[in-house]
Design a protein around this ligand. Structure first.
Ligand code: AMP
Ligand code: DBH
Length: 553
């Protein structure tokens, strides 16, 4: 049994294998390759706990065997939501080793997002931390009922413990049992789906991205090589661990591949991260632009010794050149810009690029076989330097969202190129500059908000006639979200916010600002004219009858 996905056409698969991109190794190879003396090196630092490569191997083997004992089989799926703890990787590798395909939800996703993912994958297993709101709300097993009828195994992770396996318990309270030397019994097909990555989305329904062992392992290996990682790398993982950036660009998996150490941070703020950098002599960190700005403000007055930092990577949203310029002086290290997507294509500025390129561009594709087209609305290539829509295909760019035929028909062309919805221009040297976006999405400091998804939930409120959500420029976050809502003038924005929260929507998706309006502008064909709304927001104009309220940042 395996999970269905849209494969690459045979001639592409053959080429990617012939060129050595796809090796047929499972994604767990990033830890399995470290044997003998190498396996004694520190793979993960998590609070006061240290895990060698040998520990990660043994623990994920035992956990995988325990999953199999409980009846989980290759081709089953799992829904996982864990904080930045070593157990995240141990669970991830354990699932891969028995062919169970996970969705790793971000820790700030709510019941709304989890339910939407569960509906699509119909998981047999959910792995959550003890005290998770879904579990706390209904300990008697309603997680199964609220997520999906097919869920019959719930694994809960307790407090950090010396005995990692012992810190897990089944939802029934039964301890997880696994023999000390247990190992899974399953041969992995590397051309099949390893796990689902999450898309930021722009169509109302969260989309899942099937990533194969072959394609993801290539993206990890190539990223680690491009970033020149070696066993001395100590990577501070401060953004959510499952995010494509921190997982694979080169992220924790790239660091594992190179034999380095992943230092886990519970949050990306300087108060948490600076002491960790000093204590563990961290050499690399990955940040989104707003957090980089916070670090740049905090660094000069901080007593922490940040001198071990060699590279700070920034991605997820557009970094302004003015902020980028300050990195070497304030943090005493190099900057690398990373423009990636969970769908595949990742662009990096190179470590030896000139200062102009590093400050002003979002880098270039990592693979010689990444194909990029920048097209005008008529589908014609734009001239160099002109802005157009980014289309791409390549050895680690997917060929279709999971169970989304209609949407796939819209975002892929006949040749298998995927339209990312980003507006980019090609700078000298083949580097891309992100200039905007052609998708109905708000990028709130790297966190993507699907406008239609929030509009649909909002429309469920009895007082709301219609809602349209657009981006609102913000000096720190880049963008925040502004909801124009047709509702009676006495509607309280705080009530709308409470309603959205009550629907289990992730907090970062709650509109930062509500504007109540009598009607919404329409385009000539009668669609809501978001361009006009964006103009209104940009010029600080709101409808005369509008009621607005700002939320605290
Ligand atoms: P996701 O679909 O959630 O993986 O988000 C990928 C999207 O994030 C890209 O298509 C871009 O819109 C945006 N993005 C990622 N990195 C950057 C960057 N360095 N600069 C500008 N936008 C970025
Ligand atoms: O925003 C992203 O999705 C992203 C950013 C940087 C990404 O997927 C990546 C690097 O791989």
């Amino acid at each position: 049994m395996s999970v269905a996905f849209t494969p690459w056409p045979a001639e592409f698969a053959e080429r990617y294998r012939a060129k050595g991109y796809w090796t047929g190794d499972p994604l767990t190879d990033v830890v399995e390759r470290h044997r003998g003396a190498e396996a004694e090196a520190t793979a993960i630092l998590c609070g006061e706990r240290r895990f060698r490569y040998a520990d990660v191997q043994r623990l994920s083997d035992r956990l995988a065997a325990a999953f199999q004992t409980r009846g989980l089989r290759a081709g089953d799926t799992a829904l996982v939501q864990l904080p930045n703890r070593a157990e995240f990787y141990i669970v991830f590798f354990a699932l891969l080793k028995c062919g169970v395909v996970p969705v790793n939800a971000l820790n700030n996703h709510g019941a709304f997002e989890l339910t939407a993912y569960a509906r699509q994958i119909e998981p047999k297993l959910a792995v959550l931390a003890k005290g998770h709101p879904l579990v706390a709300a209904d300990p008697a097993g309603a997680v199964a009922g609220s997520l999906t009828a097919g869920l019959d195994r719930l694994l809960l992770l307790g407090d950090p413990a010396d005995d990692v396996i012992g810190s897990f318990a089944w939802g029934t309270g039964e301890a997880l049992s696994a023999a000390p030397d247990a190992a899974p019994d399953h041969a992995v097909d590397a051309s099949g789906v390893a796990f689902f990555q999450l898309s930021g989305g722009s169509t109302g329904t969260p989309k899942l991205i099937p990533r194969t062992h072959d394609d993801y392992l290539y993206s990890v290996r190539r990223s680690a090589e491009l970033c020149r990682l070696d066993g001395g790398c100590r990577f501070l993982c401060a953004l959510p661990a499952p995010h494509n950036f921190t997982l694979s660009s080169p992220g924790a998996l790239g660091v594992f591949h190179a034999g380095g150490t992943v230092i886990l941070a519970g949050d990306p703020g300087p108060a948490t991260c600076f002491p960790l950098i000093e204590r563990h002599r961290a050499t690399w960190a990955a940040l989104v632009p707003p957090m980089l700005s916070v670090w740049l403000e905090a660094a000069p007055g901080s007593a922490a010794d940040l001198s071990s930092l060699e590279v700070v990577q920034v991605g997820g949203a557009k970094l302004s050149p003015a902020v980028a310029e300050r990195v070497p002086e304030r943090l005493g290290c190099r900057l690398q810009q990373v423009f990636g997507m969970a769908e595949g294509l990742v662009n990096y500025t190179r470590l030896d690029d000139d200062a102009w390129t590093v400050v002003n561009t979002q880098g270039r594709p990592m693979s010689p076989d990444d194909e990029v087209r920048i097209l005008d609305p008529a589908g014609r290539p734009v001239s160099p330097g002109e802005v157009g829509e980014l289309w791409t295909r390549g050895p680690y760019t997917f060929r279709g969202y999971y169970k989304a035929e209609q949407h796939n028909a819209r975002v892929f062309d006949d040749e298998g190129f995927y339209c990312s919805g980003d507006l980019v221009a090609m700078a000298p040297g083949g580097n891309l500059v992100v200039c905007g976006r052609n998708k109905d999405q708000i990028n709130r400091g790297g966190e993507k908000i699907d406008a239609q998804e929030v509009e649909d939930v909002l429309a469920g409120h009895p007082a709301v006639g219609h809602a349209a959500i657009v981006a609102m420029p913000d000096p720190l976050m880049g963008e925040r979200s502004c909801a124009f809502v047709i509702a009676p003038p006495d509607t309280r924005p705080s009530e709308l916010r409470r309603f959205l929260r009550g629907q289990g929507l992730a907090d970062f998706k709650l509109p930062d600002r509500f504007v109540l309006v009598a009607e919404l502008p329409k385009t000539a064909v009668g669609k809501i004219d978001k361009q006009t709304l964006r103009e209104r927001v940009r010029h600080g104009l709101v409808d005369p009858i509008a009621q607005t309220e700002m939320t605290a940042p």
